[in-house]
Ligand binder design. Structure first.
Ligand code: PMM
Length: 267
């Protein structure tokens, strides 16, 4: 069965107004709802990685995520920490996270690989070519899926050299990261090249712009509901392409879509 990572963003724009404790309570309640809806992992993040997003300091990031991780882990939920910062990754694992989800694949912080190796956590490594502010300047490819697979293989080698066993790795081709529009479809069409690398594969299409670009052809205003439906479809197709897990906001919709895909396949 394909796993479902439920997204728990603890950022001011995702949980607006109210003080920090209010934010923590809401984030924990949201995570527990996602778990009840079928999430197999709760992916907690305190810094937006969206294109053009401002960086926040790691102290602020940790103040946002650590209390949420502690409570979700204490409730028995498998938790991952979505961060580019080694110090946040290490603190999150001490607070109960079992997976470090680094969209930069270890490139964003020179201390990350050593921190993960020492923590004993699993390591989800994304395909990445630079920080949010300038990521589209790096979106030059000849064969997208092949180049993404090649660069993920380099990240695997670096992780191995740091003492992280391949069995602890999860690969993510980084949909929307240094990839514009159709390049994301090229990656999805070539998912088998990523799956063939060996480790578990994670994919995150949820609500991303490349989906809205398709749906917007007749109508510029693409609602969250429509993006969630599109996400459920891409998640089901990704499941059939052999991914291990999908990372989504709307867990219930994707759970249903995966159930149908699995029924189709008789699993
Ligand atoms: N995308 C975002 C954040 N974290 N982590 C992984 N592993 N894969 C992704 O595609 C990914 C990620 C950006 O999306 P969000 O702002 O909606 O969380």
């Amino acid at each position: 069965m394909t796993g479902i990572w439920g997204i728990v963003n603890v950022t001011p724009d995702s949980f607006s107004d109210g003080g920090r404790y209010f934010d923590v309570d809401r984030a924990v309640a949201h995570g527990l709802r996602l778990r009840a809806a079928g999430a197999t992992v709760l992916d907690v993040g305190g810094e937006s990685t969206r294109p053009g997003a401002e960086r926040v300091g790691s102290a602020e990031e940790q103040a946002r995520v650590l209390p949420v991780i502690e409570q979700l882990a204490a409730a028995g939920a498998p938790v991952s920490i979505d961060t580019i910062n080694a110090s946040t990754a290490a603190a999150a694992v001490r607070a109960g996270a079992r997976i470090v989800n680094d969209v930069s694949g270890g490139l964003g912080d020179p201390e990350m690989r050593a921190a993960v190796a020492e923590s004993g956590a699993d390591f989800a490594i994304g395909h990445w070519r630079g920080f949010s502010a300038d990521m589209y300047a790096n979106a030059e490819y000849r064969r997208v899926a092949r180049e993404v697979a090649g660069e993920l293989q380099e990240r695997m080698g670096e992780a191995a050299a740091a003492g992280i066993a391949p069995s602890r790795l999860i690969l993510d081709p980084g949909i929307g990261f240094a990839k514009a529009g159709v390049q994301n479809w090229d990656v999805l069409r070539g998912l088998d090249e990523i799956v063939a690398l060996g480790p578990r594969v994670l994919i995150g299409t949820s609500r991303k712009r490349f989906l809205a670009e398709v749906l917007a052809q007749a109508d510029e205003n693409v609602s969250e509901v429509r993006r969630d439906l599109a996400t459920a479809v891409t998640s089901a197709l990704a499941a059939r392409a052999g991914v291990w897990a999908v990372r989504v906001h709307d867990v219930a919709a994707t759970r249903d879509a995966l159930a149908i895909a699995h029924a189709w396949d008789g699993v």
